[in-house]
Design a protein around this ligand. Structure first.
Ligand code: ADP
Ligand code: MG
Length: 240
């Protein structure tokens, strides 16, 4: 579960209001899509949920734990995939994953099993001994997804995870997300790709200029907008 209560965040001493008093509730068992144009405030919101940025006002709970008050406890529940796959260039993929596994205190057996599983499905086995600097954008992204999910977090928070993945990997990731939600856990992700949101999400929210301008199930949102396509609704709402 993820809960945001009256959350705001400005940059540059208040000159840029990136997130403007938003409220969100993402339930367990739900895939929640966070949509919005470039600069809408998606990444800022996500960085506050995962504890990288501190909100100016408001409160954020992850599985009921306040990310500001108990950051380490809350972060144990979270698997976060950032928007830019920036990783340590001078480590090999395996060194990086072992480093992450050490940070989360994952034991030898579980580590071997989880790493093996992801390398297999993401087709990274042959490259895992190479330096990350030699990896393509898509490989880095797959490595980061693996790293984020290594400790078996209950709450997945993914910032534009589909962009940059090849069709097979994007299909796999969407399946993993659907499975995770089906098991009763929480998946929250941002995307530009409206078709993905439409197919995959139980509920969505659209953010524009820091404010939530629509939220609900696809049915509810379409009903409110005379059953137009999500694309039309999105363009209409975000261009106002
Ligand atoms: P999105 O992820 O939806 O594209 P962001 O959360 O990255 O949007 O950005 C929201 C707004 O905050 C934009 O106007 C952006 O230019 C601004 N912004 C983001 N990061 C910073 C920063 N570090 N310093 C100043 N302004 C920022
Ligand atoms: Mg972003």
């Amino acid at each position: 579960m993820i809960e945001l209560i009256n959350v705001s965040k400005s940059y540059n001493d208040g000159k840029v209001k990136a997130v403007d008093n938003i409220n969100l509730l993402v339930n367990p068992g739900e895939i929640f899509g966070f949509l919005g144009p470039n600069g809408a405030g998606k990444s800022t919101t996500i960085k506050m949920i995962v504890g990288i940025l501190k909100p100016d006002t408001g409160k954020i709970l992850v599985d009921g734990i306040d990310i500001q008050k108990e950051p380490v406890k809350a972060k144990r529940q979270i698997g976060y995939v950032p928007d830019e796959p920036n990783v340590y260039e001078k480590l090999t993929g395996l060194e990086y994953l072992n480093f992450i596994a050490d940070v989360y205190g994952i034991g030898e057996n579980e580590r071997r099993e989880r790493i093996g599983y992801f390398l297999e499905i993401f087709d990274l086995k042959n490259a895992i001994g190479d330096l990350i600097q030699s990896y393509s954008h898509g490989m880095r992204q797959k490595l980061l997804i693996t790293a984020a999910l290594l400790h078996n977090p209950s709450v997945w928070i993914l910032d534009e995870p589909i962009t940059g993945l090849d069709p097979k990997s994007s299909f796999l990731l969407k399946e993993l997300m659907a499975d995770h939600a089906k098991k009763g856990f929480t998946v929250f992700f941002s995307t530009h790709i409206l078709e993905v949101a439409e197919k995959l999400c139980d509920r969505i929210a659209i953010i524009n200029k820091g404010k939530i301008i629509a939220s609900g199930t696809m049915e509810e949102i379409k009903k409110q907008h005379e059953w137009e396509s999500l694309e039309k609704i999105f363009l209409e709402l975000t261009e106002k």
